[in-house]
Design a protein around this ligand. Structure first.
Ligand code: NAG
Ligand code: NAG
Ligand code: NAG
Ligand code: NAG
Length: 447
């Protein structure tokens, strides 16, 4: 009953859903894509795809996927991989749930630097581009749900190293499983190291990749997606960073999937810091905010939704996480960017211990190299992580006007309280950097 009702609604969303379905239908391996490839023996393929189609409708239309999905996980044969690689069910899968300009590149590096991690930087970019090219920031609920369904399916495939499911979304469509259009490939160390890249890249391809992402793309040639999948399977962990999943509840189906063993690190940041950073980075989209800062007058047509949605999504997710529901037990860690900036090593150790991993010395060394040094504010790369993180975390206090700060903190009041960010009442208080606006607060994972 439930499912058929949802299928009806699905039809109403045809304009997007059909495109999504088309992408899946023309995929080289539609059945295996649907069934988290390779886990189902061929004999079960048809059954599985039918059920999975139901699941597609379900996932597409509902935030907290249950019902049909439960049927799937109970009837699906358990994984018995015969790959010369790590058993998928024993691997740890990591999702960094973030929003733009919340410090997610930095957190991504904490995994990217680990030699046993296969790291993907923002693969969902391709889903968004393929499904909603002109609605990059869609707040339309129906569209968001369709996209989330697609995003979840893709994440599930990627964690199983089925990288070819990503090919369906890349434009132009890769020929012969080879592409030079993978978004921010250079941000992933594995994708820029042998065997995926045979070009000499300095010391084992590390430092150069970080120094300049573009260098990887230039020197490594097109990415062999099949080979990348082999590399993925040979690693013990897959970590994916995304800013395209709004709330933790959107991930519930994946978190509850016993085959995935997914752990989510939710990265949050003071929304006033996010705003300041976005104004610098997304100059067109945030043009009116710059105008406000320059003139001292708030433009009447300012899009306040830009910051309100950040606070709404954070508030919902964090409230969910802090309520400690059973489905998040041992699977959720809240991380304030400011804490990571102030105590990078200590926080990274906590992070790794939550994931049940040993902190590799290469990660430690990367942290030491990248959290000291001068803060190079005229840095070449917008998304560089190489800077004095501690100095940056609170530098919004000298970048936003007092009015803008007041506006933002009023709009985000409940969130600020929940996360322990102090409200300011006077410009003097705002600019006095010798007292921090970040309360000492521990957000420990629960088990
Ligand atoms: C794909 O590979 C085949 C055989 O190696 C080759 O003939 C063909 O030109 C390739 N196609 C493209 C678009 O590169
Ligand atoms: C990509 O790698 C696979 C091995 O995984 C190899 O068989 C194939 O020839 C490679 N493709 C290209 C275009 O190099
Ligand atoms: C850290 O810096 C040292 C000295 O510049 C360098 O030898 C080392 O490779 C760097 N480590 C990482 C992980 O970047
Ligand atoms: C800045 O804050 C510190 C600590 O709260 C305080 O001692 C100091 O007087 C303040 N400075 C100014 C100029 O307000």
């Amino acid at each position: 009953m439930q499912c058929s009702w949802k299928s009806m609604v699905l039809l109403a969303l045809a304009s997007i859903a059909i495109q999504y379905t088309a992408i899946r239908t023309f995929s080289t391996k539609p059945l295996s894509l649907l069934c988290s490839v390779g886990l189902a023996p061929t004999g079960h393929a048809v059954n599985c795809s039918l059920k999975d189609l139901t699941r597609l409708g379900q996932e597409t239309l509902q935030g907290s996927d249950q019902g049909c999905d439960d049927v799937i996980s109970h009837t699906m044969p358990s994984p018995s991989l015969s790959l010369p690689s790590h058993d998928a069910s024993k691997r740890t899968h990591i999702l960094i749930l973030a929003t733009t300009r919340s410090g997610s590149s930095f957190v991504g590096q904490l995994f990217n630097q680990h030699p046993e991690v296969f790291y993907l930087f923002e693969p969902l970019y391709h889903v968004q581009l393929a499904l909603l090219p002109r609605l990059a920031q869609s707040r339309n609920l129906a569209e968001r749900r369709v996209m989330l369904g697609a995003a979840r399916d893709l994440l599930r495939s990627l964690y199983h190293c089925h990288l070819n499911s990503l090919e369906s979304y890349i434009r132009p469509r890769p020929a012969n499983h080879s592409t030079d259009k993978l978004f921010r490939r250079g941000a992933s160390r594995s994708l820029c190291s042998p065997p995926l890249c045979e070009a000499p890249l300095g010391q084992e391809g590390q430092s150069l990749v970080l120094a300049d992402e573009g260098e990887c793309v230039k020197r490594c040639g097109p990415l062999n997606v099949s080979l990348a999948a082999d590399v993925c399977r040979a690693k013990r962990l897959v970590a994916i960073k995304t800013v395209r999943i709004p709330q933790i509840s959107d991930l519930r189906a994946l978190i509850e999937d016993p085959r995935l063993n997914l752990k989510v690190v939710q990265l949050v940041r003071d929304p006033r810091g996010i705003l300041a950073s976005r104004i610098e980075t997304f100059r067109d989209t945030y043009r009116l905010w710059r105008l406000w800062r320059a003139t001292g007058r708030r433009p009447h047509n300012l899009d306040l939704g830009q910051i309100n949605s950040v606070c709404e999504d954070f508030l919902r997710s964090v409230s969910t996480g802090l309520a400690r529901p059973a489905w998040l037990r041992g699977r959720y860690m809240l991380l304030r960017y400011e804490d990571l900036a102030r105590f990078p090593l200590q926080k990274t150790r906590q992070l790794y211990s939550f994931l049940g991993l040993v902190l590799d010395h290469s990660v430690e060394s990367w942290i030491i190299n990248n959290t000291r040094g001068s803060s190079d504010l005229s840095s070449r790369q917008k998304f560089t992580t190489v800077r004095d993180s501690a100095a940056n975390a609170e530098n919004w206090r000298v970048k936003l006007s007092f009015d803008m700060v007041v506006y933002t903190q009023t709009a985000c009041q409940p969130l600020l309280e929940l996360l322990g960010y102090k409200t300011v009442f006077h410009p003097r208080e705002l600019r006095n950097l010798s007292h921090s606006l970040v309360e000492d607060k521990m957000f420990l994972p629960f088990f």
